[in-house]
Design a protein around this ligand. Sequence first.
Ligand code: NAP
Length: 286
Amino acid sequence: MSRVLIFGPGFLGEKLQAALPDAVLSTARIDDAEDVRAALDEHQPDYVLNAAGKTGTPNVDWCESNKLATYRSNTIGPLILAEACQERGAHLTHLASGCVFYGPSPDPKGWREDDHANPSATYSRSKYAADLLLSTLPNVAILRLRMPIDSTPGPRNLITKLANYPKIIDVENSVTIVDDLIEVVKQVMEKRGVGVFHATNPGTMRHRDLIRLYDELVDLSHTNEWISNDDLVTLGLATKGRSNCILQSTRLQALGVTMRPIEIALRDCMEKYAAAVRAAETVKVS
Ligand SMILES: NC(=O)c1ccc[n+]([C@@H]2O[C@H](COP(=O)([O-])OP(=O)(O)OC[C@H]3O[C@@H](n4cnc5c(N)ncnc54)[C@H](OP(=O)(O)O)[C@@H]3O)[C@@H](O)[C@H]2O)c1
């Protein structure tokens, strides 16, 4: 039986550990080489998954005023982890971000895995810096995901976040359904994928698509105001403009790993989300 060790006990680390029942979720700090080596020597994993990183609280704007802490966790930490994995022959899967791309791609089909990115915000820069280093190493898979959408309601879930915002932008994006990401992680590990992979569902989603499904399946009485992307910063709702982009995913396909088209995956996810909301309401009234 292959051993999997996950770093980063946050939103995605916990989801992935639940989906990989034999995996161990470590609380070691990845920017501490001693901590990392001790965890690897204790658990002797065949596969390591890096779900650790500074994503900012309450959001990535935190990274603008905490640059060095962001670089330690998002750039230096992954490099320390990669070095320790290389020394021990363990395969490393690193959760990266598609938010390293801003705006339209040179290829109308979307940004490719080997395109040079154009990150603007501190968070995106720190993630891209790690990609640039890790993508030169053998035995490392870099999975770029975007705006993960999950079927469990919660403050880190895009559905919950958008449904609670009174003002929402409507932009077309590549996104990642978490159930599909879990399958991608399992398969990329098994196949010992190497290099950058775009782990986004085929097709694109507008924020309106998500809210339309939410209104249909979760809350018929939900309302919100629509604002432009530029309004996010001018209204003071964000410090830095957010990445909006469309990715193509040829390398994942070439590895024989597929994700469901976004329309199908999003509806399935929203149906499960609605069921979870109804179950929670039933518990509340009983
Ligand atoms: N959620 C998204 O929208 C998204 C999108 C694309 C990519 N990703 C990437 O996916 C990964 C997981 O994201 P997430 O949504 O699960 O974030 P999360 O909920 O913030 O979890 C990240 C976890 O990593 C921990 N961490 C931070 N620095 C660490 C370090 N140096 N050593 C060990 N643990 C550390 C955090 O704890 P403390 O903060 O307490 O240190 C937190 O428990 C991140 O690398 C993120 O960049 C996320």
